[in-house]
Design a protein around this ligand. Structure first.
Ligand code: EPZ
Length: 418
């Protein structure tokens, strides 16, 4: 099994290009099922989850092509199955996002229940309720979500909990429903805006994406289109935290600062100097130790839960005490035990972690437990004395494109072995 080895102590300096967003390209790949022609996607990151979704689309009969570096084409006109199998869905919960498109386009979908994952039970009840609002008949049998609808009808649906995936499933289904749909208490993540922009390029009639109220006027069909995937704000935030922790000066390019307000503000609170210029963000922490920051994760535009583990790593070596409240997922502190192995001082009480900064961490073998936890362990290894070896890095490859090459390019002493 592959591992990542990090030698701590080197400040990061230089420039790094941000890739397309995993959490935008996954729903957008599912949305291609709605089109009646070829969809060409650019700025697609080279990630394991992208390959898994491509395999799922191929399993449904779509033709997925490699259009060159960062370009994926999907021809959905050859779809001949509406069943997403357990073998694929169990490896990636985002597979549930084919439910809305298949239901809207073909009136039938069977998607294996995704099951939980390390960070929580991750139910799909909100997806099911939202699609039922549009007139779908849905049952859960033998581990499968079985959905049918002669023709979805536009409706007003109010989500009682903000859910990114459920908002995406209902938004995609509503594009081909008969009449108007209004989605209230919708998630406002930038990835939903990007999905909506791709759907509009296909001919969908959507207003309000990025706000809590999305209005969709159903259309009869959606056509071929081209779309470039939005920059990954979580990858961008991860590299900026790495620069802040190591006391370096890093410029990230091809980013979208306008999608990162909460993270950029928190980095300023930690003492970083930030300069945003178009798609470039420069963070300067030259030789300074970060200050501890308090974090409470919230739906966008609040502080993103996907950046919680990375800021916990920063707090581990910051000056002061930082309090972290994780409000989105019930079990997203799996990285704490591994950070403790590196010498961190963290006290967890339920959904709250109190992190007392220590001058130095000390390298040790640790184990990745989920995608963002893996990133936080690499960040900690960058500032720990000696060698940190991170096991189970398949978690990392799900969501970060060539992370060790990108970090090496900034001066990190990092390599992959095995
Ligand atoms: C998306 O997951 C992201 N994944 C997650 O990123 C991200 O952490 C999360 O949104 C929150 O921002 C993708 O976009 C592929 P939710 P999603 O539905 O849609 C509960 C990463 O690291 N809930 O917004 O699954 C749920 O349990 C990943 O890139 C229900 O109760 O998240 C959670 O507590 C991790 N019932 C809360 O809502 C449902 O039907 C928010 O989850 C659905 C969700």
């Amino acid at each position: 099994m592959q591992k990542i080895v990090v030698e701590g102590g080197a400040p990061l300096n230089g420039e790094v290009r941000i890739s397309g967003a995993k959490n935008a390209v996954l729903p957008i790949l599912c949305a291609t099922l709605l089109a009646d022609g070829l969809v060409t996607l650019r700025n697609v990151p080279h990630l394991h989850d992208v390959h898994t979704t491509a395999r799922l689309l191929a399993e449904l009969g779509a033709r997925v092509g490699d259009g060159g570096p960062g370009v994926v084409t999907v021809d959905p006109t050859t779809v001949n199955s509406h069943v997403a199998p357990y073998e694929l869905v169990k490896t990636m919960r985002a597979s549930v996002l084919v439910l809305g498109p298949l239901l809207a386009k073909y009136g039938h979908a069977e998607v294996s229940l995704p099951g939980g994952c390390a960070i929580g039970s991750r139910p799909v009840d909100l997806h099911i309720k939202g699609l039922q609002s549009l007139g779908a008949q849905i049952s859960v049998e033998n581990g499968f979500i079985k959905a049918r609808a002669d023709k979805l009808r536009g409706a007003r649906h109010v989500f009682d909990i903000v859910s990114v995936g459920a908002t995406e499933n209902v938004l995609m289904a509503a594009t081909l429903a008969q009449g108007r749909s209004v989605i209230e208490n919708a998630a406002m993540e930038p990835e939903i805006v990007d999905l909506a922009e791709c759907l509009i390029a296909m001919g969908a009639n959507i207003t309000g994406a990025g706000t809590g109220r999305i209005v969709v006027e159903g259309v009869d069909r959606l056509h071929a289109c081209e779309h470039s995937v939005v920059a990954d704000r979580i990858e961008a935030g991860t590299f900026l935290v790495a620069a802040a922790m190591t006391g370096g000066r890093v410029t990230i390019t091809h980013a979208r600062p306008d999608t990162m307000d909460a993270v950029l503000d928190k980095l300023r609170d930690a003492g970083a100097e930030l300069d945003c210029d178009g798609d470039r963000i420069t963070l300067d922490m030259k030789g300074r130790r970060p200050k501890s920051v308090d974090i409470t994760t919230m739906p966008h535009p609040g502080f993103p839960t996907d950046m919680q583990a990375q800021f916990m790593a920063l707090n581990c070596v910051a000056d002061g005490v930082g309090v972290i409240n994780e409000t989105i997922f019930e079990n997203r502190f799996m990285h704490v035990n591994e950070l403790l192995r590196l010498g961190a001082d963290i006290r967890v009480d339920g959904h709250t972690a109190v992190v007392r900064g220590v001058p130095r961490l000390s390298g040790a073998p640790v184990m990745a437990t989920d995608l963002r936890a893996s990133a936080s362990l690499i960040l900690a290894g960058l500032v720990a004395n000696g060698t940190t070896t991170i096991d189970r890095i398949y978690h990392l490859d799900r969501g970060y494109e060539n992370i060790e090459q990108k970090l090496s390019g900034l001066g990190a002493k990092i390599s992959r072995i095995g």
